[in-house]
Write a protein that binds this ligand. Structure first.
Ligand code: HSE
Length: 429
């Protein structure tokens, strides 16, 4: 059986997982693929620290150029957006197939990297960049190829999902649960990437490019994180039949694309609402297939290695059969060009007011909303006993974000609010 040489650049957690999988399951992969990917080189500046696996003699090197020169497939697992980009471009220019898990790099420089792959006539695979071990890239690129993608909704950050799950179940404080997530190794080294929504935004940009054939760029994604989420909103949502998830949303409406990452209310009985702890879930709504849901571990050494090695196997099969770039990484032309800014979208909304308990307060809020054409679908006021303030929860029917913002600006002038109004969007699934 033909052997294909694999070089890994970056011997961190995922690099070690990939090496371990190739060493342990190489025979299983070869039996399925009819070609054997062989771990030939691992490049890292630190080749001394024990990663808990026995690497064959002669595999480790401190020189990434050696891995690029000697191998057929180069696996970039360095992370970051500078040197990793150089390694990928060097490998592509040398005509090597490349596999990467680097979502930040793709979100920022995807257009340039895929143009380089096309110019070199080389494969560039990226399954592990979105939702770890869930094969969502392959599903969108191949399994759902016959569909126009109407909507993708995803819980794609395990750290945030873990934090929200524990806050909801235990009434636990955000900072305490974040500290636990860091201890358990779920959070990125810089937790801001997770909790401020940027990790999910990187993945959103990649899925949007895959669905609609255009690198819209990170700036096109409206991003809100979970840092300022209050326990009271998780409780209020629960009381009215919803959960709050950090939800990525990619949709097309009348030929324009909208992309957002934000804490969002989803009905408790929706499958996506029941994806808990560190797990990820991605719902894809296709015009032909209807709804499909993908679930699994979005991070971690073994789950991510599973996706990386699947890409290595695809690259090895293509090299073996002489059909590199057999399946295009992206559409060759954009399906939709235009992006809707957040001010142009419409949605259902959750509004929480902390207001004075006085006659006419609810009526005055309802009047402003009605004047802007915003229709209420639910009104809940917690009963006031001995207090002077009350919590008022309003849910709306679909309304324009612009009208909503104008209405809230006007309500802020009414001198009835005890604290700023909390707004979140509702996604009916
Ligand atoms: N830190 C990410 C998460 C994993 O918590 O899901 C990699 O994107």
């Amino acid at each position: 059986m033909k052997e294909i040489k694999v070089g890994i650049i970056g011997f961190g957690t995922v690099g070690a997982g990939v090496a371990e999988n190739l060493l342990n399951n190489g025979d299983v992969i070869a039996a399925r693929a009819g070609v054997k990917p062989v771990l030939t080189r691992i490049a890292d500046l630190d080749i001394v620290t024990d990663r808990g696996i026995k690497v064959p003699d002669g595999v480790l090197t401190t020189d990434a150029a050696v891995a690029i020169r000697e191998c057929d497939i180069v696996v970039e697992l360095v992370g970051g957006t500078t040197i990793a980009k150089k390694f990928i471009l060097d490998a592509l220019k040398a005509g090597k197939s490349v596999v990467t898990a680097n979502k930040a790099l793709l979100a920022l420089h995807g257009e340039e990297l895929f143009a380089a792959a096309e110019a070199a006539g080389a494969d560039l695979f990226y399954e592990a960049s979105v939702a770890g071990g869930i094969p969502i890239i392959k599903a969108l690129r191949e399994g759902l190829v016959s569909n126009r993608i109407e909507r993708i909704c995803g819980i794609m950050n395990g750290t945030c999902n873990y934090i929200l799950t524990r806050m909801e179940r235990e009434g636990a404080d955000f900072q305490a649960v974040l500290a636990d997530a860091q201890k358990l190794g779920y959070a990125e080294a810089n937790p801001s990437l997770d909790i401020d929504g940027f990790d999910t935004a990187h993945k959103t940009a990649i899925l949007a490019a895959l669905a609609y054939g255009k690198w819209f760029g990170l700036d096109a994604v409206h991003v809100e994180g979970i840092r300022d989420l209050d326990l009271i909103d998780l409780r209020c949502a629960d009381e009215i039949g919803y959960r709050i998830k950090l939800l990525a949303s990619i949709k097309q409406k009348d030929g324009a694309v909208q992309m957002s990452v934000a804490p969002t209310l989803v009905p408790k009985d929706a499958l996506l609402a029941n994806i808990s702890d560190v797990f990820n879930g991605v719902l894809v709504d296709g015009d032909t297939v209807g709804q499909t849901l993908f679930y699994g571990r979005g991070a971690g050494r073994r789950a991510t290695a599973s996706a990386v090695v699947a890409d290595i196997t695809d690259a090895a099969i293509n090299l073996d059969r002489g059909c590199v770039r057999r399946i295009p990484a992206f559409r060759s032309a954009p399906l939709y060009d235009r992006v809707l800014s957040i001010g142009e979208i419409s949605s259902r909304y959750y509004l929480r007011f902390e207001v004075m308990d006085q006659p006419g307060v609810v009526a005055s809020i309802a009047r402003v909303l009605a004047d802007r054409g915003i229709s209420l679908s639910s009104v809940v006021q917690r009963e006031v006993k001995n207090g002077v303030n009350t919590t008022l929860i309003l849910l709306t029917h679909e309304a324009s974000e612009k009208a909503m913002r104008l209405a809230l600006d006007e309500i802020a002038t009414l001198s009835i609010n005890r604290s700023p109004v909390k707004l979140m969007r509702i996604e009916d699934l």
